[in-house]
Design a protein around this ligand. Structure first.
Ligand SMILES: [Zn+2]
Length: 424
């Protein structure tokens, strides 16, 4: 790709280089002032820009039709088109959410992706104008559904809601995600259980590769149709291979050649140790394109995120801040607190002193503890709001540290502090 490099094209932006290529696929780029130089970003085809890179650690900007994502980013999980814990999209904006993640399988079962398409797509339905990533439904098919049969064409299974028979394969997953009109669609893959034997893992990964080719072909077709709501829907491929390093690396090489919009690492945090997960990331991420987002699916604790960023990951999602928040567990820079503990009964301090979230600006640990004990919905909501703010704010600090070339020191300080509360 050779594009014009134009400096100082626009005084509105501090950084006006369009795109260059150093010959090693590492972009030397910065901001793209498209509206001022008459180029269409979609024709140029550059979505991801590296802002700062230090060894494997990277921070970038990812442009989408629904706005630009600053990375590393934490995607807030709204499984069924809502964050569990009575958190609205207005709340999410207030606490700095950049991207929401919604669940293809759950929305397909209820209310139905056709219903959402008739209502103008997921953005309009849930009143959210920033990026949305939808997962492929694969993980739920493999984790929730009983009586499933995996075939070359896809997976046959029974709905976890009403037991009815459902078939989902690569094409079905793409059609559902196209109906939902998310910003980023995830490829339909198999998430093999941990542990899986080597021969099964190889067979599964080979099938996932064939499914990925079918996903790409189908999404290209859907994006070309006139009645598709988001015709710029992007596709992320998913690397699998369990804890088999060589299968992971070979698969990473194969999918990197497919020129997708981003790459995810799936099938981790499914039972292996943290050390195994970090080792697989260390070995695999260098084989994914540095000029594309790298997304570690379903991970994790603040410490997991700090370690994964160190190994080149820049997209995350996890249910921990919401699920644990609903059970009274609050994340802080000093570790995880259990607000149900008796020691907080008379504690009139906020969850975390200095935290600027809507909860900590107003309410005390003692009051929130009382709400949780009394099973008042507000208790859950307040802890979830704090936790999501904590995660979003942590990512902001991570970005600042990477862009300020001080990530190693930052990580060490954060990890040292994280062990101070021991509430579990
Ligand atoms: Zn707070």
């Amino acid at each position: 790709m050779d594009f014009v490099v134009e400096k100082n094209a626009c005084s509105m932006y501090t950084c006006d280089v369009i795109y260059g290529n150093q010959g090693n696929n590492i972009p030397i780029t910065a901001y793209l002032p498209i509206q001022h130089i008459g180029l269409d970003i979609w024709e140029v085809g550059i979505m991801y820009t590296l802002i700062s890179q230090d060894n494997n650690v990277k921070s970038g900007e990812f442009r989408t039709v629904h706005g630009t994502i600053q990375t590393p980013v934490f995607m807030n999980v709204g499984t069924a088109a809502a964050i569990k814990g009575a958190v609205s999209t207005a709340d999410l904006k207030e606490i700095g959410t950049q991207v929401q993640l919604s669940n293809t399988y759950h929305l397909h079962v209820r209310p139905g992706d056709e219903v959402i398409k008739k209502l103008g797509g997921l953005h309009k339905f849930m009143v959210w104008d920033r990026p949305i990533l939808t997962d492929s439904g694969g993980f739920q098919v493999f984790s929730l559904a009983k009586l499933r049969k995996i075939r070359e064409e896809g997976v046959y299974f029974n709905s976890h809601v009403d037991g009815r028979k459902i078939f989902m394969g690569p094409e079905e997953s793409m059609r559902i995600q196209s109906n939902l009109a998310s910003t980023i669609a995830m490829a339909f893959d198999e998430c093999p259980p941990y542990p899986s034997d080597r021969s099964y893992m190889q067979e599964s990964v080979d099938r996932t590769t064939r499914w990925l080719l079918r996903c790409k072909k189908e999404l290209d077709r859907l994006n070309s149709l006139p009645d598709t709501i988001n015709r710029h829907q992007m596709l992320f491929g998913i690397n699998q291979g369990g804890t088999y390093k060589d299968i992971r690396i070979e698969h990473a090489k194969v999918i990197s050649d497919m020129n997708l919009d981003g790459y995810a690492i799936g099938g981790l945090a499914v039972g292996e140790s943290h050390e195994q997960m970090y080792y697989i990331l260390e070995e695999t991420v260098p084989y994914l394109p540095v000029d594309k987002p790298v997304y570690l699916m379903g991970v994790g604790t603040p410490a997991n995120i700090l370690e994964a960023v160190d190994r080149g990951v820049d997209f995350f999602d996890c249910v921990y801040p919401t699920r644990n928040g609903r059970h009274g567990h609050a994340y802080t820079g000093y570790g995880r607190m259990n607000l149900l503990n008796a020691k907080y009964e008379l504690d009139d301090r906020p969850i975390e002193e200095g935290c600027m979230c809507p909860t900590c600006r107003t309410y005390s640990r003692a009051y929130i503890r009382h709400l949780l004990k009394a099973r008042e919905m507000l208790g859950m909501r307040l802890v979830v709001l704090h936790n999501l703010y904590y995660y979003n704010h942590l990512m902001e600090e991570i970005r600042d540290a990477i862009r300020g070339k001080r990530y190693k020191q930052f990580k060490k300080k954060m990890l040292d502090n994280l062990n101070q509360y021991n509430d579990d």
